[in-house]
Design a protein around this ligand. Structure first.
Ligand SMILES: Nc1ncnc2c1ncn2[C@@H]1O[C@H](COP(=O)(O)OP(=O)(O)OP(=O)(O)O)[C@@H](O)[C@H]1O
Ligand SMILES: [Mg+2]
Length: 251
């Protein structure tokens, strides 16, 4: 069977003077339609690098990446932009909404780049806002919404283009824990409705809400499996000490 996402032996190497930094050091990973995968790992483990490659924002130094059966690992910028528009919906930590545009216009914007007519854009954007429960706020400016609502607008924007994959990079990072949980249960709902979700987070309590966890360390996959397996949230050793310290302080 063809995988929706297939990374095969991906390396991303940055040359820094005399040293070569292996941001990704031989990553192989597949994601199928309908999955909800959390990519986790400590700071510097390669999460953003992986996200940029999966999101067709960057190309690997070596290895191949197939998205929807198409080899995207050697595409130029224009080809990447086209496939991004067609296949991917992005959700960022900082929402990236345009302050001067109202909610509806923000959601319509990517559809403009996709070349849809004005009426199609309106229809799709409204349907998308309905899905996130914000149709009644469509005339508001982003500044007239709460943080959680702004993140839901950015989710509506990601959904409007009918993407094959929703890529969320620390989507709860800027939210308080309650609003963060709301956004997360929202992603779970989308996944239950059939959407494929790839979530990047450094937070285990967020990651366990996914169905599957992929843990990176030093640019390598050190765990890939069921999110409910206790092994999924085992921290690399250097972290255990830090966590124990925290507990002692809390006590
Ligand atoms: N443009 C770059 N040039 C040189 N080194 C880089 C570059 N981008 C990333 N790196 C290095 O690659 C490694 C992985 O970085 P990456 O940003 O993917 O980590 P991360 O898991 O997203 O971390 P964080 O949780 O802090 O966001 C790090 O060692 C980083 O210093
Ligand atoms: Mg990062």
């Amino acid at each position: 069977m063809e995988h929706l996402i297939e990374l095969r032996d991906i390396y991303k190497i940055y040359q820094m003077g005399d040293t070569a930094v292996h941001a990704l050091d031989g990553v192989s990973l597949t994601v199928d339609e309908g999955e909800f995968v959390a990519i986790v790992g400590q700071s510097g483990s390669g999460k953003s690098t992986a996200m940029n490659i999966i999101g067709c924002l960057d190309v690997p130094t070596s290895g191949t990446y197939h998205l929807g059966g198409v080899d995207v690992s050697t595409m130029d910028d224009d080809q990447q932009a086209e496939i991004r528009n067609k296949m991917l919906g992005f959700i960022f930590q900082q929402y990236n909404l345009i302050p001067k545009l109202n909610v509806l216009e923000n959601v319509e914007l990517p559809l403009l780049y996709a070349g849809l007519s004005a009426s199609e854009r309106r229809e799709r954007a409204m349907a998308s806002l309905q899905r996130v429960g914000l149709a009644d706020k469509c005339k508001n400016l982003p500044s007239q919404l709460s943080g959680g609502q702004q993140q839901r607008v950015s989710i509506a924007r990601a959904l409007a283009g009918n993407p094959s994959v929703i890529l969320a990079d620390e989507p709860t990072g800027a939210l308080d824990s309650r609003t963060g949980r709301e956004v997360l249960s929202f992603l779970q709902k989308l996944n239950a409705e059939g959407d494929t979700v790839v979530l990047i987070t450094h937070d285990n309590s967020i990651a366990v809400k996914a169905k599957r966890i992929v843990r990176l360390q030093d640019g390598r996959v050190i765990y890939d499996g069921d999110a409910r397996d206790p092994q999924a949230v085992v921290q690399p050793e250097e972290d255990v000490g830090a966590e124990l310290d925290g507990e002692v302080l809390d006590a």
